[in-house]
Design a protein around this ligand. Structure first.
Ligand code: AMP
Ligand code: GLY
Length: 428
């Protein structure tokens, strides 16, 4: 089969590497991919948001199956357009993708169907939002409704911070039209867990749980990033919590989307917070997480193409989805300065393949036949081992063999998880 993966980051590289293991894949394309994937897939120089060109390319090459990985093309209706052209694909259609692209839609869905989440109010008028803040409980959380490159959330610990965030979003429109409507939410407390799940509209099959590390600096300090590293499984996500999530969150969400006439087919990402009162949904994403995927897919046993096809065709209940009981740690190597200003264009050297280690390139391009850095997050190094501690050690050792000039990584990926497995970290 000819398979096309849409997207160009570390997540897409992890998907490409897993699909390459499928004996049924004869040819793999990445659109646009990145230079670091060139040995695993044929790169297609078309932007992931250029849906017309994407459909034309898939038609021309006779692509059998498309995996649409990033949120932007999903929100723009890439899956609707591909299906209309008769091309099979993995990913939610535009109506189902709204579970991520509109936070207000997602919160109203949860309220209507009794899915546990933080209490919230919606505002489309700045004066009303500010008036509400006069008496709202503090701390609080301010969120832009639409997509804002992961930056549309302010955790406000004082009333002044909350007011400033509302004004920036609604008055100054720092996130453009994404800030025309905002949410003001109750602030929750507890460890966060990312659970990616295959969903075919009726059946939901969670993957192994993961713990992202969103802040730029050690000790969970510094600005939020796209994610600086991941461990899987997440030790806070016990079998009891998993079964509670299945009953109160995963199945009800899939049923709610079906009841709303928006059956969700693809990968649904549950961003959860384990509060004292039980698991709560912080956010949904309509796609695989980045960098969660780089730690979750290496643990998947079996054929990803089989699972994705079954998901797209509503046959998920009939295919086995199994995960190894080992652990995986992904350390992200970024350009010094990320998520702020940083330099790119440095030669990138990758280590030779070795057992239990995968290298996923997120931000590099080919220049005159050699790889140079081209992004904030450059490479993710994922290591598998029997224990989390060994996986963390192996990932950091392998990360030393990745070379570029302004390389930066957090030194404490997995530290909190390791403390938890040793009983040294309580959730609250
Ligand atoms: P989001 O963009 O929705 O993923 O939010 C970014 C981060 O803000 C989350 O990963 C949480 O750490 C934090 N966050 C969002 N909503 C809440 C909330 N209601 N209470 C506490 N933290 C939150
Ligand atoms: N790692 C967070 C996300 O993919 O949204």
């Amino acid at each position: 089969m000819k398979v096309l993966v849409v997207g160009g980051g570390g997540r897409e590289h992890a998907i490409v590497q897993k699909l390459r293991q499928s004996p049924r894949v004869s040819q793999l394309y990445a659109l646009p991919g990145n230079g670091g994937m060139a040995s695993d897939a044929t790169l297609v120089p078309i932007g992931a948001k250029d849906i017309d060109a994407m459909v034309a390319f898939a038609r021309e090459k006779g692509i059998d199956f498309v995996v649409v990985a990033p949120d932007d093309p999903l929100a723009l209706g890439a899956v609707d357009a591909l299906k209309q052209a008769g091309i099979a694909c993995f990913g939610p259609d535009k109506k189902a993708a709204e579970i991520e692209s509109s936070k207000v839609f997602a919160k109203r869905l949860m309220k209507k169907y009794g899915i546990p989440t933080a209490a919230f109010e919606v505002f489309d008028d700045e004066a009303q939002a500010l008036a509400y803040l006069d008496t709202a409980p503090i701390p609080t959380v301010i969120k832009a409704d639409g997509l804002a490159l992961g930056k549309g959330v302010t955790l406000a610990y004082t009333r002044e911070e909350a007011q400033a965030a509302v004004h920036a979003m609604m008055g100054e429109r720092v996130f453009g039209e994404s800030g025309a409507r905002i949410l003001i939410e109750e602030m929750l407390e507890g460890p966060e867990v990312s659970v990616l799940a295959f969903a075919d509209g009726k059946t939901v099959v969670p993957m192994v749980s993961a713990m992202d590390h969103k802040r730029a600096l050690d000790g969970d300090l510094g600005p939020n990033t796209g994610g600086m590293g991941v461990v899987a499984p997440n030790p806070f996500y016990t079998p009891e919590v998993a079964s509670q999530c299945m009953d109160t969150i995963f199945r009800p969400t899939i049923e709610a989307m079906a009841a709303e006439g928006r059956p969700f087919r693809g990968c649904l990402y549950f961003g959860l917070m384990l509060t004292r009162q039980g698991p709560r949904v912080i956010e949904y994403n309509c796609r695989f997480g980045d960098p969660e995927t780089q730690a979750v897919l290496p643990l998947l046993e079996g054929d990803l193409l089989d699972i994705m096809e079954a998901t797209a065709e509503g046959r998920l209940a009939d295919v086995p989805v199994r995960f190894s009981d080992r652990a995986c740690c992904c350390v992200v190597l970024a350009s010094q300065g990320y998520p702020g200003k940083y330099q790119t264009g440095f030669p990138l050297l990758l280590p030779a393949p070795r057992k239990d280690v995968s290298v996923f390139v997120a931000g590099a391009k080919l220049e005159g036949g050699r790889l140079v850095t081209s992004g904030g997050r450059v490479v993710g190094v994922s290591a598998l081992a029997d224990t989390l501690g060994e996986a963390v050690d192996l990932a950091y050792r392998a990360a030393q063999d990745v070379a570029f000039d302004n390389k930066y990584c957090r030194k404490d990926i997995g530290a909190r998880a390791l403390a938890a497995t040793k009983g040294g970290a309580t959730p609250w």
